[in-house]
Design a protein around this ligand. Sequence first.
Ligand code: SF4
Ligand code: SF4
Length: 86
Amino acid sequence: MKLPPSTIILKPGNSEQNETGSWRSLKPVVDAEKCNGCGLCWLYCPEPAITKGKPVVIDYRYCKGCGICANECPVKAIVMVEEGQK
Ligand code: SF4
Ligand code: SF4
């Protein structure tokens, strides 16, 4: 099977070069009222997709929709929705 270039990690630390947003079928949406800026989602996100803040900001060019951020958020400020819904 021939893989598209963005799925091949040739060297560590190059995630900013790979825009993995096209992999996404579910999209994280942040509730700005609930987010307390703790940064746990930023810590656990496997891509350079989250910028710390209150609320955090998600860069959908890099977000692959894995849902880790929503799972780890202690106050449930992130929900995963189907692409195209929000
Ligand atoms: S884990 Fe939740 S509360 Fe903490 S910064 Fe991320 S979205 Fe905000
Ligand atoms: S779903 Fe959340 S943890 Fe996963 S890549 Fe997107 S922002 Fe990062």
